[in-house]
Design a protein around this ligand. Structure first.
Ligand SMILES: [Fe+2]
Length: 268
């Protein structure tokens, strides 16, 4: 039984992330983990990067990295390897927060005899993270959705990330820029394929109509720059809009989960 709550920490604790991946708790947040100067350094490089791309007309966003959504395994992994040097360049690896988190996690999991690695297929590897920023100003900056449905994408039937389906889907977020609003909302519901079929969201998991969420318990998490949080993205979640059109919400994110008892893989 998952504890439907966010546990708060003052510093990074890889064991707490493992609790999310094992479904013991909905989420964990490490407050102020990334120093302000580091957030500013990464976001400045992101906004100045020639590698920065734009996505979507309805919900305008900017990103560096690749996302697996609606792609074939091959296309995603090709794009991920092309984008990785651009991302590493912006982050300034290996002395960046993402590297610190990934190595901390690898160490904590290794102590339990579990291997942590990037998801792979045919000699290609998934990206380590996706750097993105939204400016959506509707009811939600990011509509209610869940991250599990995408793990059933038929074009990725050969991709090992599909074995995460049915287990907790760890959504990782490092907040680099945020205005005063932009809270994360999570509803205490974890849809299955029957629900998705009824709503026509089988391989997308997005968007869940607000009527569907009516009356379901929800929690709201304030997020400030420097905060790092992980939660089970199989629960329906959304991001509230910023109140000012000039506020930017920029995060570094990724997904991770167990594919078997001995292996945790990550992708974007
Ligand atoms: Fe999500």
């Amino acid at each position: 039984m998952t504890d439907f709550a966010f546990r708060e920490y003052k510093e990074f604790d890889a064991g707490a992330v493992v609790d999310v991946l094992r479904g013991r708790v909905l989420g964990v947040v490490f407050r102020g983990m990334i120093p302000a100067g580091e957030c500013a350094r990464i976001t400045e490089r992101f906004w100045n990067s020639p590698a920065r791309r734009t996505r979507g007309v309805d919900a305008p966003g900017h990103y560096v990295g690749s996302y697996h959504y609606h792609k074939t395994t091959r296309d995603y992994l090709d794009e991920a390897s092309a984008a990785q040097p651009e991302l590493d360049d912006i982050l300034g690896t290996p002395h960046d927060p993402l590297t610190a988190i990934r190595s901390g996690l690898a160490e904590a999991l290794a102590a339990e005899g579990i291997l942590f690695r990037s998801a792979r297929h045919d000699g290609r590897e998934a990206g380590t993270a996706l750097l993105r920023s939204w400016h959506g100003m509707g009811q939600f900056a990011l509509a209610p959705h869940e991250d599990e449905a995408q793990c059933g994408e038929p074009r990725q039937a050969d991709f090992e990330i599909q074995r995460v389906k049915g287990r907790p889907v760890g959504a990782m977020n490092l907040c680099l820029e945020n205005g005063t609003a932009g809270r994360l909302v999570v509803w205490n519901t974890r849809p299955d394929d029957t629900v998705r079929e009824r709503l026509g969201l089988v391989h997308t998991g997005s968007p869940y109509p607000v009527e569907h969420l009516d009356g379901i318990e929800s929690l709201h998490l304030n997020i400030a720059p420097g905060d790092v949080y992980f939660f089970n993205g199989a629960y329906v979640h959304a991001v509230e809009p910023e109140t000012s059109p000039t506020s930017r919400r920029t995060t570094l994110s990724g997904i991770l989960g167990f594919i078997d008892e001995r292996t945790v893989v990550s992708w974007t």
